[in-house]
Write a protein that binds this ligand. Sequence first.
Ligand SMILES: Cc1cc2ncn([C@H]3O[C@H](COP(=O)(O)O)[C@@H](O)[C@H]3O)c2cc1C
Ligand SMILES: O=C(O)c1cccnc1
Length: 343
Amino acid sequence: MTYAIPALDERARSEAQERLDGLVKPLGALGRLEELAAWLCAAHGTVPPRPLDDVRVVVFAGDHGVSASGAVSAYPRELTASMVRVFLAGTSGVNVLARQVGARVRVLDVAVDADLDDVPEEVRAAKIRRGSGSIDVTDALEPGEAARAFAAGRRVADDEIGSGADLLIPGDMGIGNTTVASALVAAVLGLPADDVVGTGTGIDQAGRARKVAVIERARARAGERVSDPFELVTALGSACTAATAGFLVQAAVRGVPVVLDGVFPCAAALVAREIAPEAARWWLAGHRSTEPAQAFALKALGLDPILDLGLRLGEGSGAVQAVPVLRNARAVLTEMGRLADLA
Ligand SMILES: Cc1cc2ncn([C@H]3O[C@H](COP(=O)(O)O)[C@@H](O)[C@H]3O)c2cc1C
Ligand SMILES: O=C(O)c1cccnc1
C-alpha cells in the first residue's frame, strides 16, 4: 500500500523567509520562530499561514503485556483504566495544559485491559483488544490486529480533520509503554537496548535493567521480522502503536500538521515513517522528553524539539505547550512591521 502524501509548498516557505528577512528586526533575530513560521507557510501553502485555532489532542490508551509482571513500571497496570476516566473528567495533566491553549482532548480505549462499560461508547469504538501480549515471551498482537489498529487510527485522524482540526497531537496512556516504545526505537534504529532505555515513570536502576532485559529477549524472539513495519508492531509493539502510526500517516495524507509529544508517539512516528516515508514532512517535535529513546527517535526523524522542559509525562502534555510558540511564530510573521517602511 502506498500513501499519497502532499509535499510542503517550498515556494511559500521561501516567500515567508523573504518576508521574515524584511521585518523590523535584525536578520534572523527571531531564531527558531522564523523557521517555524516559514514551516507553517509551507504546510498551509500560503503566506501568512492560517491561524491554528482548532487543535486536537487524541490520547491513545492501552495496556501492554510487559506491565503485567509489575517489574517495568513504577506504577501498577490498573492505572491505565483509571486514567481513561481522569481524561474524561478533564483533570489529567494534558487536560489542564490543553485548556490553557484552547485545545480539545479526546481519549480512546484502544487496548485497555478492562471492560470500560461506564464510559461513553465513542471512547470504546476503536477498541482492538484487552491489553497486548508481553513482547519478551509472545507477540504483542494477533495477525491482522496491527492493520486493524492502524486503520482505526487513520479513521480517527479523518474524523478530527473532517470536523475542523487544523493541528493534531497524538497522546499516549499505557502503563509499561516506555518499555515498548524503547523496544521499537532500538529495533528500527538498530541500537542496543541499554542505550535507549530510560526510567519511565521513575523506576529504579534494577527496574531499568529489567526493562533492558525484556527488550533484549523481545528482539531475539522477533528476529528478522522487525524489517517489516506491520510485523514489527505485531511482534514488539502494541495496538496503540499501530493506531498512533495510522493517525500520523493519515494526518500527512490530509496535509494537516502534527506536533509529536514524548517517547511513545515518537516511537510510533518511526514506525509510521517505515510505512509511509513522506509522512514525516508533516510532523514537528513539540518537546524533548527525558527518555533517551525519544531523543534517538527525534534525531532519526531529523526533528529538533521546540521545548525542553524536562517533562516525562506523555499524554500529549509537552506537545500542547508548543502550540503557543507556533501561534507566536505566525503572529510575528503576520503582524510585525517592515524595515522598508521605516521613516
Ligand atoms: C498516574 C499516571 C499518569 C500518566 N500519564 C501518562 N503516563 C505515562 O507513564 C506511562 C509510561 O511509563 P512506564 O513505562 O514507566 O509505565 C504511560 O502511561 C505514559 O502515558 C502516566 C503514568 C501515571 C502513573
Ligand atoms: O517522555 C515520555 O513521553 C514519557 C516518559 C515517562 C513516562 N511516560 C511518558
